[in-house]
Structures are given as C-alpha cells and as structure tokens.
Design a protein around this ligand. Structure first.
Ligand code: SF4
Length: 342
C-alpha cells in the first residue's frame, strides 16, 4: 500500500456507510492486508481477508464480497479498472518509491536513438513519476507524448500486460519505464515501433524489438502446430476483466464455418493441467492474452489467441497482439473507487 494511508481507506468506507468489507490482496501485500483488517476492526468495521491469489485488477472479488454480505471490496495492489462491479470497490494501487530520473539520465544516449518525438509509458507502480520523467526528457530536447489510453487503464501513460492503448501515438518510438520484460515486450508487439525499456531499479536499458520478434516467431510456430487440429476448445474466463464471451462465441462460429469442431468453455483460472482428459487437439484462450503468449510452454496442446485463429484460417496475414479494450460503465452499477488519482 505504501503511499495510501489506512485513514484514507477508512474515510472512503465511512462515506459508503460500510459495516463489513472483503479485503483482496496480491501475493506481495498479504502483511498489509492483515494490518489493514486489524485497523478497520479497531475502527468498528468487520473485515474479511480473501485467501485466494489475485493477479490483477481484472479479477476483483466483488461477487464473493456480495455473497459474504460485504458492503464494499478493498482491492489492494492494482489500479482502478472500469468493470461491471457488484459492490463498491476501492482499488488501492502500490506505488514504488524508486526515483526514475537517474536511470533516464544514465541512458540518455540510448533514448536519443528512439528519435526526437517519443511516447512515454509505464506501469501503475511508477505512474506518479511520469510527469517528472516527461519534464526531465523535455529539458533534454525531446518532444514527449503521453497517450490517454482507454477505460481499462487508470492514468494517461499507463500500460497493462493486456492493454497498450496509452502507447499508441504518432511518436517515433516508445520509452517504457519499469522493471522486467513482461510489459515492454507487449508494447513492442502491440505498437510495432522501436521500444526501449529503462529499468529504474538496475539503471539498465533494453531494446525490445528483438525480444518481440523472437516471441512472435514462437507464436507462428504455435499457429503451425495447430494447422492440422480438427477439434478446438475455445476458453473464456469467468474473471470479470477477462470474460470475453461475445469474442469467444465469434471464434467458435468462425472455426465451425471453416469446418472445424469447436466448443465454448469457461474456466476461472486457465491452466493446462485442468484440461487434461478433454478431447481437443488445440485450444484458443479468449481471456488474458498472456496465458497463451507467456505460458504456452506449459501446455501439451497448441494454444492460440483469437487473432492467431484468424491467421490459421487464412483470414489475416499480419501478426496482431490480442489486446483487451476498456468497457463502458453502466450508470446504475456500483462504483469502482480509485485512491490516488485515476
Ligand atoms: S488480463 Fe492478464 S495482463 Fe490484463 S490485467 Fe489481467 S492478468 Fe494482467
């Protein structure tokens, strides 16, 4: 929770007249979840901690909160995502304390290779430093674009593993600030422009095109492996922010129109071991795109995204990353409440 005070959460809960809440946490914030539960109970609010592992804002436990008779859900560790929620949900992102400017300064010559007009993106962890990073880069003569992004993200310039709408500008290249390859490789695959990732912790910088090309080659290999498949399981997820039923049905129909056998499936947590025993030659995941892209080595059958099925059926030529776009909120639904911006 870092910079978000428990007092601020308590105030939001008082505004909602909440008497009982469910607290949901990712792996790394279990201690904070427990401390928050103690704090709320000291202040007269009954708190239940969800023991289920949570990976993203796409999976709020609002249905579980409603079943438990809770007036609100507190979702720790991720930023606000527009979803059709069943109880008011307070999203409490975790902000990193590391200063990003020294890593930018140390890599300024690499950043210059992107061109003069650059798009700047990051994850929720560093979003509070994006304006400072922009000012620093402008001081070095760059024109810096921060894309607004769609309703799936909380802030301009924020990217998720499944949504790079904020990286899509007419810039010459994209500068990503953050740790790891997971997000910037997605940026490079989705935006198809030179992408440099600067890690504020290590101070290193990595060009992502080669990594993206390597991953796309692996995806073409999956498509080739699925070429002779006759029977397809088309899986969507019951996680609220991964449930793409209409798209999954479209893929089932498309496969049937092209003479393949296809069945619609739904899972909560999508992984291959649970699918052992079903009679399918290949699977299509119409949920989190990172399941087929990042986890396919753990699958004993080919596993594709919807766009890859279109390539397989000869309906598309170029490789496209399977992004999940933001949804419009219905006005009579309970609110998602963002702490610290959004
Ligand atoms: S759908 Fe996948 S990539 Fe997107 S937020 Fe959820 S877990 Fe992350």
């Amino acid at each position: 929770m870092h910079e978000v005070s428990m007092e601020e959460i308590l105030k939001k809960l008082r505004d909602l007249n909440a008497e009982r809440v469910l607290i949901q946490t990712p792996e790394g914030l279990k201690g904070e979840a427990q401390a928050l539960a103690d704090f709320l109970e000291e202040n007269g609010i009954e708190a239940i901690i969800s023991g289920d592992i949570n990976y993203g804002a796409c999976d709020p436990a609002d249905t579980e909160a409603r079943r438990l008779g809770c007036d609100a859900l507190i979702h720790l560790g991720h930023s606000y995502m527009t979803l059709h929620l069943e109880v008011p949900t307070i999203f409490v992102p975790a902000f990193a304390k590391v200063d990003v400017v020294p890593a930018l300064e140390g890599n300024i010559n690499e950043i210059k290779k992107l061109g003069r007009r650059i798009a700047l993106v990051t994850t929720a962890q560093h979003i509070h430093q994006l304006e400072g990073a922009k000012a620093f880069l402008e001081g070095k003569g760059f024109e810096v674009l921060i894309g607004k992004g769609d309703s799936r993200v909380s802030w301009p310039g924020q990217v998720l593993g499944c949504n790079f709408s904020a990286a899509k500008t007419d810039a010459d290249g994209v500068l990503f600030i953050g740790a790891g390859y997971f997000h910037p490789i997605g940026v490079a695959m989705a935006v198809k422009k030179p992408t440099l990732a600067v890690n504020p912790y290590s101070g290193d910088a990595f060009w992502m095109e080669r990594e993206a090309e390597r991953l796309i080659r692996k995806r073409w290999a999956q498509i080739a492996k699925a070429m002779d498949a006759e029977r397809f399981g088309v899986i969507t997820s019951t996680k609220k922010g991964q449930l793409r039923l209409a798209e999954a049905k479209r893929i089932v129909e498309l496969l049937k129109e092209h003479g393949r056998y296809a069945k619609l499936m739904a899972m909560n947590h999508i992984s291959y071991p649970a699918l052992e025993g079903f009679d399918f030659d290949a699977y299509v995941v119409v949920a989190c795109p990172r399941v087929p892209i990042d986890d396919h080595e753990n699958w004993r059958k080919p596993v594709l995204t919807p766009q890859e099925v279109e390539i397989l059926l000869g309906l598309r030529e170029d490789y496209e990353f399977d992004e999940i776009l933001g949804v419009e909120r219905k006005t009579d639904e309970p609110l998602g409440i963002a702490l610290h911006g959004g």
